[in-house]
Design a binder for this molecule. Structure first.
Ligand code: COI
Length: 333
């Protein structure tokens, strides 16, 4: 069975080889799937993508015309997968519903603690040989603080555990909390969470056309003055002008994100300067450093997460090829 896998960085190749217990014939493409490199899948039986790959109607039509029946993603998020087009074309889709939840949770936690203790503010000053201490560096301590987790699924729950271990009060908003989540965090409505939390961390899926700009003016203005907001989920969930307004009016002391809008045009690229980032809002956000911290979507870029993504994807292919279905299939509603 031949599988073409897109977005495979050289560091990932040995894991793909080592975990290939079913003996799939793999073709690796380092770039993400775009409209220019679908041809690399000609002759394959299946395609494996990750976030920001264009698994859209245009590419799926090509895949279908070459007899490809399976287009799977090794990411949790599947907002880049056109489920309706897949259904129309008779293509099956699946995802990896969970990999090491510590991967994203630890990054969200690290960004949160950095901004909460103004670490980046201090570093950016000392890099300029400025060793003065400004009032902006005055901090609370985490064991006296309240952390609000918006979406307490696997990742949110894991981040909640990390904060809880340091003595923070952890509150959460989720329409369908697990029993374990209810035991760990005090569940409440979103407005109450926003009002109380010193750090708010968002872990909700992005559903195109449904919840973009979840973090809007109203969301930010309900936050406590001087709070920190963390988004390691999807860039589209946060309205950048609302973030910048919150930073200006004091509701936000810091914004940390592993994700931005327009990632298909930004991720994996090195621009000559901030001026060359091809999205005005992202330029504005990056320029708001040191109170804005942006990482290049590396939450899942850890060894345990990578291994899970690959081996669960291999299992998904094996299941569908041997039984005609996989428990991780995703379908249009
Ligand atoms: C996800 O799993 O949803 C991610 O964001 C990871 C990345 C490989 C796109």
């Amino acid at each position: 069975v031949k599988i073409t896998s897109y977005g495979v960085r050289p560091i990932e190749r040995p894991y793909f080889d080592k975990l290939n217990k079913y003996g799939f014939e793999m073709t690796y493409v380092e770039d993400l799937l775009t409209h220019d490199n679908a041809e690399a899948s000609k002759g394959a039986d299946a395609v494996l993508v990750r976030g920001n790959c264009l698994a859209d109607r245009q590419n799926l039509e090509k895949f279908a015309s070459w007899g490809i029946k399976y287009v799977f993603t090794r990411s949790v998020g599947f907002n880049h997968m056109d489920l309706q087009a897949a259904a129309d074309l008779g293509i099956e889709m699946a995802r990896v519903p969970g990999y090491s939840p510590y991967a994203v949770a630890e990054l969200a936690f690290t960004l949160g603690m950095n901004l909460f203790r103004h670490v980046n503010l201090g570093i950016s000053q000392t890099r300029q040989a400025d060793f003065t201490i400004s009032p902006a560096m005055f901090s609370k301590e985490i064991h006296t603080a309240t952390v609000g987790i918006v979406g307490i699924g696997r990742i949110g729950y894991t981040e909640a555990k990390l904060y809880k271990a340091l003595g923070a009060k952890v509150v959460a908003y989720d329409p369908y909390p697990s029993d374990a989540a209810k035991e760990l965090a005090e569940m409440m409505d979103l407005p109450d969470l926003l009002k109380q939390s010193d750090i708010v961390s968002v872990h909700v899926p992005y559903f195109p056309g449904k919840n973009e700009d979840l973090i809007d003016d109203q969301f930010v203005s309900q936050m406590k003055q001087g709070a920190v907001l963390i988004n390691t989920a999807r860039g589209e969930l946060a309205n950048i002008p609302a973030i910048l307004k919150g930073l200006a009016d004091g509701h936000l002391d810091g914004y940390g994100a592993d994700v931005v809008v327009d990632e298909v045009n930004i991720l994996g690229k090195q621009f000559a300067s901030v001026d060359d980032i091809p999205n005005q809002q992202v330029r504005d956000l990056v320029r708001a450093n040191p109170r804005v911290l942006i990482t290049p979507h590396v939450g899942s870029y850890t060894e345990p997460a990578l291994q899970d993504m690959i081996s669960i994807s291999y299992d998904n292919f094996h299941d569908i090829l041997t039984t005609g279905t996989t428990k991780n299939a995703i379908h249009a509603k």
